[in-house]
Design a protein around this ligand. Structure first.
Ligand code: MV4
Length: 447
């Protein structure tokens, strides 16, 4: 079993990992920037090392400083959390080269799945349904036009180095395709120094359904059901739930089996998420694979009873999975809402500042993952998410009631938040009747 883990992250996920380690009797080392001297993760860890100034590129993205901190404190492993260096190939590779265990997949898997076109090709070759489109990258506008003609408009152009909504453009006609092609290539070159692009049939108003997988380093793999993450604003998830009401047991079994089979065939290990687009006919297609633990992992924990962070650590310790697919049972329904320090009335402008008053909700089946406390100064340098409310009920209706109760009880003074906006989503008729797609916020709230 790993003995001392450096958590190469901050905020609620760093606290979440420290708590899991504490329960497992594993010592923890936090890293913090100068802006996080008073942060909760810095206080909760057994040791804490300041690794640089506030700016992420000089701290939480500073590979050299983080590796040095791990080395100097005698850590045998590093947990990257999500964001920051969690999908950084160079970081994972250096960990392997110097013998510090990266708690996640092999760096080659991170590299493969980070190349969206190669990821799609790989998944197709191991039996995962993919959206019709180009066979790999497109080399010219001429080729894009020909493929668009055969798959019919609308089409979507995607940067291979993109992901999570960056470097994509939709075209409803050849005229729009000509413009979109140039824009995506230029944008991708600027953002990722790589202008490789591929093209797909555009699926109108899909649902975003993702499958949580977990594999040990001995070839065993299970899936932990799906998460519906369709409620997003500018490709930022706001609310996630499981199970998804548009997925019946037959589709769930098929998606899970396809995902597990693919993972086994590519030789992936640790946790990962395979994202699918589900169209109105309930057909599903591979979208992307995330090679890290996700923000929304707690909803899966609530319905399966499996601690995903602990399992990551056990897998990285070389342990074999203690359960097989038949042991995985989905019980009840879970919802997560992301509470952000932002002002929805000012185009969701981030709103950092000092928390002058705080009361966190509680109750049966109500969990708060956060790193805030009364008097805490939310720094301006990082992500605006300050807490996740996760609820677990016997069914979707009860989960919605619990979430509304928790949102109503959540008191935070000194900063603006999106709590009232989240409440409006839960009261929305189309949300309540599960009649929503990825265009929900645009259709219902015009954003
Ligand atoms: C798509 C799509 C429709 N058809 N691909 C968004 C970011 C990245 N995950 C890929 N995305 C999409 N790819 C095809 N062929 C629609 C989206 C999309 C989306 C997908 C899931 C959740 C939210 C979204 C918001 C905008 C676009």
């Amino acid at each position: 079993m790993l003995k001392k883990i450096l958590i190469a992250n901050r905020g609620e996920i760093a606290v979440r990992i420290i708590r899991a380690c504490r329960e497992m009797g594993i010592r923890t080392v936090a890293i913090y920037s100068e802006a996080d001297k008073t942060a909760l993760h810095t206080k909760l860890a057994d040791e804490a090392v300041c690794i640089g100034p506030a700016k992420s590129t000089n701290s939480y993205l500073n590979i050299k400083a983080i590796i040095e901190a791990a080395y100097l404190t005698g850590c045998d492993s590093i947990h990257p959390g999500f964001g920051f260096l969690s999908e950084n190939v160079k970081f994972a590779k250096i960990c392997e080269e110097i013998g510090i265990k990266f708690i996640g997949p092999n760096y080659k898997m991170i590299e493969l799945m980070g190349n969206k076109s190669k990821a799609k090709e790989t998944m197709k070759n191991v039996g995962v349904p993919v959206v019709p489109g180009s066979d790999g990258l497109i080399s010219s506008l001429k080729e894009a036009k020909e493929i668009a003609k055969s798959i019919k408009y609308p089409v979507i152009l995607k940067a291979s180095a993109g992901g999570g909504g960056k470097g994509i453009r939709i075209a409803y006609s050849e005229e729009e395709l000509i413009k979109a092609y140039e824009v995506v290539k230029q944008e991708s070159l600027t953002s990722f120094n790589d202008d490789s692009v591929y093209i797909e049939k555009y699926i109108e108003n899909p649902r975003h359904i993702e499958i949580q997988i977990m594999a040990d380093e001995h070839g065993n793999c299970v899936h932990l059901g799906e998460r519906d993450c369709s409620i997003q604003r500018k490709n930022q998830k706001i609310l996630e739930e499981t199970p998804s009401s548009i997925i019946n047991d037959k589709i769930r079994k098929k998606m899970g089996e396809i995902a597990v089979n693919a993972i086994k065939k590519v030789g992936y290990y640790n946790v990962g998420t395979i994202e699918f687009l589900v169209d109105k006919n309930r057909d599903f297609y591979f979208m992307e694979m995330n090679t890290r633990v996700q923000v929304e992992h707690p909803v899966t924990e609530m319905v399966t009873g499996i601690d995903i962070i602990k399992e990551q650590i056990k897998i990285a310790s070389g342990e074999t999975l203690e359960f097989s697919q038949k042991d995985i049972k989905i019980t009840g329904h879970s919802l997560e809402c992301r509470v952000n320090a932002e002002n929805p009335d000012k185009n969701f402008m981030p709103c950092p500042g000092k928390i002058t008053g705080l009361h966190l909700p509680g109750g049966n089946g109500i969990r708060i993952d956060s790193a805030i406390y009364a008097g805490y100064e939310i720094p301006i340098y990082y992500d605006s998410m300050i807490a996740k409310i996760i609820v677990h009920g016997n069914n979707r209706q009860e989960s919605i009631e619990k979430m509304k109760s928790a949102l109503g009880e959540f008191i935070i003074e000194g900063v603006d938040t999106n709590i009232d906006f989240l409440y409006k989503i839960l009261e929305n008729e189309n949300f309540k009747t599960n009649n929503y797609t990825t265009s929900f916020l645009k259709d219902e709230f015009g954003i």
